[in-house]
Structures are given as C-alpha cells and as structure tokens.
Design a protein around this ligand. Structure first.
Ligand SMILES: Nc1nc2c(ncn2[C@@H]2O[C@H](COP(=O)(O)OP(=O)(O)OP(=O)(O)O)[C@@H](O)[C@H]2O)c(=O)[nH]1
Length: 811
C-alpha cells in the first residue's frame, strides 16, 4: 500500500500548517504539496527532475508499432513483386505461396489502420451519484461532464480527444455534431434525444485542453449501475475492449452487491480485468474524524477482499495499489482554482485534504501505468504476434527461395562447366574426325576405282564364257539371225552387269557401309544422346549402292557384221598371213589380194580349230590407233618397189620351191600332196556346219566388243570412284551439319546457362537481402515484444522507454 495511506493526519496537517501566506512563493510551495500533476501529465518531484507520464509508453509503443508495420508493408510489397518476378523464371515458386503473401497486404493495411485508431480506454462504473462524472472531470482537470445530485448520466458518454478547437458531441449512429462548448450545452444536448441507457454519446473534446485526451486516453462514463439489473449489454458494448475499469464507490456507504455483481460479470467475460476502486467523497469522512481510520480500514479490507478473493484478479500486494480514498470534488475544485490562477488554501477544505489529494495523485499515476501497460498489451500483443507471423512466413519463404536458387545456381554452374568441357571435347574431336574421314573417303574412293578396274579386267578375261551362256538355237533365216543377235546382246549385257555387280558392287558396298557405319558411330558420339537416334535415322542407308556402268551392248554393236563365209585353214590367204607381216597383209588387202575386214583381226583364227583367245589383259588391249584404214577414209598408196618385192617373194619363191620339190620328190608325191590337200579341204568344208558357225560368230562378237568394253574401264572406274565419294560425302556432310548443329546448340545452351547462373546470382543475393530484412523485422517485433509486452513490470519499462534506453536494435 502507498505510504501516503499510512501517513497520519498529524503529519499531513503539520506539513501543511506552514502554508498560510499569500503570494507566488506560497503558491509554489502549495503546488508542490498539493502535488497536482501538471497539465502535460508530468509530475513534479521534490527537488528532482520532472517524471514523464507513463502514458507515454503507449504512445511510444504505438509509434514504434506503426513504424514496424510500415516497414513490414514495404517488405511484403517488395517480396511479392520479387517472388512474382522470379516465379516466371529460373526458380520455381509456388504461385499459391505468392498469392498467400499478397494477401498479407490487406492484413498489414488493416493492422496499420487499427494501430492508428488504437487508444487506451477506461470505463467508470458505480452507483448513481457516487461521483463518476466528477472523477472524470477531476482527471480531465475541467468540468466537462454534467454532474449533480440525482440521476444525471442517463447513457454512456465517451470522452475522447479531437484536434478541432471546439468540443462537440455525436450520438450513436449519427454523424451529426452537437456543439458542446460548455457543460450546460452538453446537458441540454443529452436531454434533447430519447437515449436509452445502453446508448452512446461520443463527446469530442479539444486535445489541447486535456493531457489525457492528448495521450489517446478515452474515458467512458456510465449510468448508475443500480439503474438497471441487466448490465450484460453494457459489458458487451463497452467493456470488452476496455483496458481499465474504475469502480467509483461512495465512501459514505459500503460497497454494494450491485457493484460487485457487475464486476463479477465482467470478470467472466474478460480474464483478469484491471479494476481500480476509488472510495470517493472521502472528504465527508472529515466530519467524523474519530471514525475515519476505522472506516478507512473497513473499506480497505472489504475492497481488498473483493479484488483478491471474490474477483480473484489480483494479488494482495497488487491490490494495495488499486484502492484509493479520494475526493474528486476537491481535486476538480483545486484544478479549477489553478486554472483561474487562484490561490488554493488547503485550510478551506475539510481535514485530510492533502492526504486525499496525494492519494488521488497516486491513483492517477498507478492508473496511468496500468492503463498504458495494459493497453499496450491488449492493443499491440495481437498486432505483434500477427506481424511476427507475417515476417516469419516471409523469412521462411525467402530462405526457401534463397536455398533453392543457391542450389539451382550450383547445379547450373556445374552443368555449365560440364557442357563447356563437352563443347571443347566435341570441337576437338570434330576437327580431328573431319580430317580423318576426309582421308578415309578419298582412300575408299580410290580403292573403289581400283576395284572397278580389277572387276572389269576379270570380266574382259571371261567374255567368251559370258557369251557362251547364250544358248539359243542357231538361226536359219536372216530375220531369225537378227533376233538371235538381239537376244545375244540382251543376255550378254545382263550377264555382264550381274557378274560385275557380284565382283565390284558387293565389296564396294560393304566397304562403304563399314565406313558409313564408322562415321555414324563416331559423329553420333558428338550428338546429344536423347536426339541421336532420331537425327541419325535418315542417314542409315536404305538402298544398296550400285556402281553405275554406262553399258549398252546393242548400241555398241551397231557396227558389228559377222563374217560366216568358209575360209580353208590351209588356203593361200591363210598361208600368206602366216608368212607375211601385218603391214604387208594390209597392203595386199588394199589391193584386193586379201579380203579386208574391220572386225576381224588379221591374225585371228576363223577356222574351227582356231579359237585362240586374243585376250592379253587390259594392259595389252589393242591400241586404238591399230593399223586400220585411216579414219578419213583414205588409204596410203602402196610403194611399187615394196609390191614387187612381195610378189616376187610370193610368186618366185613359190615357183622355186615347187620346182625344187618336183625335181627332188617327183610328180607322184606332188599329186599325192595335192590329193591330201584336197581331202583336207573337203573334210574342213564338211565340218563347216551350224555349231561351228555359231562358235565363230561368238568369237567374232567377242573380238568386236572387247576393245569397246576395254575403253569403258577407266571412265567406269572414275565414275564409280566419284559415286563412292559422292555417297560418302553426302553422309559426311550431313554428319558435319548435325555435329555443327549440335555444337551450336551446345554453345547456345552454355550461353543460356551462363545467363541463368547470372540471374540466379542476382536472385540469390536479392533473396538474401530480403531475407535479412525479414529477419530484422522479426527481431524488431521480438524487441518490441520484450520491451512492451513481455511480463516486465511497468516500472522497469517506463524508465527504459521514456529515457530512450531502448534496446539497440529498436533505435
Ligand atoms: N462531497 C463530495 N461530493 C461529491 C464528490 N464527488 C461528487 N460529489 C457530488 O456528488 C454528486 C453526484 O456526482 P456525479 O458526479 O454526478 O455522480 P455520478 O456518479 O456521475 O451520478 P450519475 O451520473 O447520476 O450516475 C454531485 O453533486 C457531486 O458534486 C466528492 O468527492 N465529495
């Protein structure tokens, strides 16, 4: 209990006995003794500094809360914009989360608006005429509310500050303002309407006139608690957001059950309401000083029992600071005198005036402390929790984004390095493979050419066999002969090409296949694995490679004319051929001594037994400038001397030989020889049948086509090599294109990864900064909680807050 309560009457009286003089000195001394708080709410302490009002805790807290929520609002806006921006990019952010964060806007806005509206609310209850209105007036240091004997307050009146210069009132549910410049005005205004007991009239009073109103304190006057038995509506409408209740009791009577019942009801709706009991009208006890102490003790005991045991809202020690014995009337009168600069004479008041004044002062101080602390708790506890929740959610979210982007960044960077080394590897391999395969293609083309030459040689060597595969019956007529030849050409050409195919195309194909497969495998290694098969599929050869030979036997044989007339193998022409040189033979043929045939080789056998092959390989093919008639159709003139030599050689030689033979062996032998010659001729002539003619015909055909086929060898080899080269180069070029495409894609991917890593760097650092800001906001709210809401005694908080000794992070 306050020491003042224990101060004896004599002490108080002796301390005030000297205060009798008039003048400023007396007034100052009286002020100190009367100790009425200054209009600004500060209480002058004797010889010490002015102690600021504890109500400042609330305004400080409100300011701080407002600042934190402005920061939080900016943080949420910034974070939402950031999350939205990155959600479309490199870091996957759940859009529901972004929506959730976005919804915090309205929540924060609502809280900020609530903080701006937050005030400290105190409600005064008590029986009629106990002096509720007078207590409020005393606290406001002005006679604002009407008071008087009888039931003067018929409805709830809420006094709150306004920045306007003149006071005004508003009834519930109406925006109409009633001018209430004086109490008389207000009484009139209140009596105008038919307001029910639970109705509310809001009285807006200029803040500059009252300290409490300036500090956001709202005071609510109520009708007498004894007016109605049903106070539930009152509790619902006016008590649930009240920070402090003041029970204004009449010290001339005991605490009534109606008053107790009301607070019992309040305490069932609110956990541990802050209740002060003012035993008002204590000045009346001065009329009976002999009972004063006893009465005071009785009131005190009952009040303490009510608070501690019946309501159970407070400890005994705390309850001592909730019970006061005051005279609101004296406080108001003193304040009014001070306002009028009149001298306050304690002697003019009943005995115990100073004690009552000091008790009221103590009540005000404790009331302000309690109100401020309670209001900070009730108003800002929830805001702080909500703010912490939002900041915490933001922090978690940003932390998640930070970790996610950091991890993604590491993975992307790793991928980038991998892709870069792959790129380097691929380009190096690509270059070496390109050179390697170019050489291989050239080599294979050359080899294909050689293969074709070899194949041709083989086919030329076995032309006769190929021709012999044509077994059609020998024709009997000229027309049949024509058909026979056409058939031969066709069959010969088909067989020749088939043989060539088997001899050249197959191995060349196999070699090309192998090289292509090697190219596909090695170049394929440069392509991305996932698209490799699809990209290479069109390059797998579907058709076999065929060496093109521009061969047309019918075309080739346009000038072919067979010679199927019988030639005796021991005829003189034959013998001449054996004896004479080629040039001599040609000259004889020019003069008509010998038949001249373009398609028969001078020394080719035409007899049945003369099937000697003229093939001597590609290298020994008859030269194109063989001794045939000149291409311009002229023939050279035979030299007369040469002709004479030949004739003399033939005629004279033969005559000489015949003469010598005749002389030596006689005519019988000669006849015998002639007979033998004749027999041989006959036999040979008889053997000149169809099959022989056919064989001779085929020989002539072979002899005719062979040199022409031989002339195709080199062009075919060149063409085949070119074909091989084209075929392989097509594949090679396509593979180069695919490999280039792949490396281009790879370099684009590397560039994209580099960009992503850069973006992720930015995202990571932004997320970190914002995460730090959320952490900082959380710590701000934690500090706020510790400073204002945690269970510290208000006495500990007040000096800290008011002397700006806030925790470092709060400044
Ligand atoms: N002697 C004395 N009279 C007081 C004191 N406080 C109030 N009164 C008088 O008591 C009467 C009633 O005071 P009010 O303030 O109107 O009481 P109230 O509780 O507001 O009454 P209602 O509004 O009718 O419920 C007035 O005449 C006051 O002057 C006091 O401390 N001492």
């Amino acid at each position: 209990m306050s020491g003042i309560l224990h101060r004896s009457k004599s002490e108080i009286d002796s301390s005030s006995s000297g205060v009798k003089q008039r003048g400023d000195a007396v007034r100052k001394e009286m002020d100190a003794l009367v100790n009425i708080p200054e209009e600004n709410g500060s209480t002058p302490t004797k010889g010490g500094p002015v102690s600021p009002s504890p109500l400042r805790i609330f305004s400080q807290a409100k300011k701080k809360m407002n600042e934190i929520f402005i920061e939080l609002d900016a943080q949420v806006k910034e974070s939402t914009a950031f999350l939205k921006r990155i959600s479309q990019g490199v870091v996957p952010v759940n859009l529901e989360t972004v929506d959730h964060v976005e919804k915090q806007y309205s929540k924060i806005k609502g809280i900020t608006e609530m903080v701006a509206r937050d005030h400290m609310k105190v409600v005064f209850f008590g029986r009629t005429s106990n002096g509720k209105s007078t207590v409020i007036n005393a606290m406001l240091r002005d006679k604002i509310l009407p008071s008087g004997i009888g039931h003067t307050t018929s409805c709830f009146i809420q006094v709150e500050g306004t920045d306007e210069p003149e006071g005004y009132a508003q009834t519930e549910g109406s925006d109409e303002k009633f001018g209430v410049s004086s109490v008389a005005n207000l009484s009139h205004a209140l009596n105008q309407g038919h307001l029910g007991e639970e109705s509310l009239v809001r009285l807006h009073w200029p803040k500059n006139k009252c300290f409490l109103l300036r500090e956001d304190v709202v005071l609510v006057d109520s009708p007498g608690i004894d007016v109605t038995p049903d106070t539930d509506i009152w509790i619902d409408k006016y008590c649930l957001d009240a920070d402090v209740f003041v029970l204004v009791a009449n010290s001339e009577s005991t605490l009534m059950q109606a008053e107790k019942n009301f607070f019992h009801k309040v305490s069932t709706r609110l956990s541990k309401p802050n209740v002060f009991i003012l035993n008002n009208r204590w000045d009346a006890s001065a009329n009976e000083p002999e009972f004063m102490d006893e009465v005071r003790r009785q009131h005190l005991d009952r009040n303490l029992e009510f608070l501690t045991k019946e309501l159970g809202v407070i400890s005994n020690q705390q309850a001592l600071e909730r019970v006061y014995f005051v005279s609101a009337k004296e406080v108001l009168m003193t304040a009014q005198k001070k306002q009028q600069n009149a001298i306050v004479n304690p002697g003019a008041f009943p005995d115990g005036y100073l004690m009552r004044m000091q008790d009221f002062d103590t009540f005000e101080r404790k009331f302000q402390e309690c109100l401020s602390k309670s209001a900070v708790r009730t108003k800002f506890e929830h805001h702080t929790q909500q703010g912490r929740k939002i900041a915490h959610e933001m922090r978690n979210l940003l932390e998640e984004v930070y970790e996610q982007s950091n991890l993604t960044r590491a993975l992307q960077e790793e991928d980038r390095l991998r892709q870069e080394s792959l790129f380097h590897l691929k380009t190096t391999h690509f270059e070496s493979m390109s050179v390697d395969f170019k050489e291989k293609i050239d080599a294979l083309s050359r080899k294909a050419g050689q293969e074709i030459i070899a194949g041709f040689k083989e086919e030329l060597a076995r032309l006769q066999t190929t021709v012999n595969l044509y077994t059609k019956n020998w024709p009997m007529t000229v027309e049949q002969m024509h058909l026979y030849k056409l058939g031969l050409y066709e069959v010969f050409e088909r067989n020749l090409l088939r043989n060539f195919e088997a001899r050249c195309s197959v191995p060349i194909n196999n070699a090309v296949d192998m090289l292509e497969q090697e190219m596909l495998t090695r170049f394929g290694g440069l392509l991305p694995e996932n698209s490799r098969d699809v990209k290479l599929a069109p390059l797998h050869r579907r058709q076999r490679f065929n060496v093109k030979v521009h061969l047309s036997i019918p075309q080739m044989c346009i000038g072919f004319t067979e010679d199927l007339t019988f030639h005796f193998s021991l005829g003189w022409q034959r013998i001449a051929r054996l004896l004479l040189s080629r040039n001599e033979m040609r000259r004889l043929a020019t003069f008509g001594f010998l038949p001249m045939s373009r398609n028969v080789e001078p020394n080719a056998s035409v007899s049945p037994g003369a099937s000697k092959s003229t093939d001597s390989g590609i290298g020994s093919l008859p030269p194109s400038n063989s001794s045939l008639p000149a291409t311009d159709g002229t023939t050279k003139d035979l030299d007369v001397v040469e002709l004479a030599a030949i004739l003399s050689k033939c005629g004279i030689g033969t005559g000489a030989v015949a003469f010598m033979v005749w002389r030596s062996i006689g005519w019988k032998i000669l006849v015998g020889a002639a007979a033998s010659y004749g027999i041989l001729y006959g036999a040979e002539r008889l053997a000149w049948h169809f099959s022989t003619r056919r064989r001779v015909f085929k020989h002539q055909f072979v002899d005719f086509v062979k040199p022409q086929l031989a002339s195709l060898v080199h062009p075919s080899a060149t063409s085949g090599a070119h074909q091989v080269q084209e075929e392989l180069e097509f594949t090679f070029t396509e593979l180069i294109r695919l490999a280039n495409e792949s490396t281009t894609e790879l370099s684009e991917r590397i560039a994209a990864l580099r960009k992503e890593v850069k973006t992720l760097d930015e995202v990571t650092s932004q997320a970190k900064v914002m995460n730090n800001k959320s952490k900082w906001l959380e710590s701000q709210l934690d500090s706020f909680w510790d400073a204002y809401i945690a269970s510290k005694d208000v006495e500990d908080v007040v000096p800290d807050i008011l002397n700006n000794h806030l925790p470092e992070q709060q400044k």
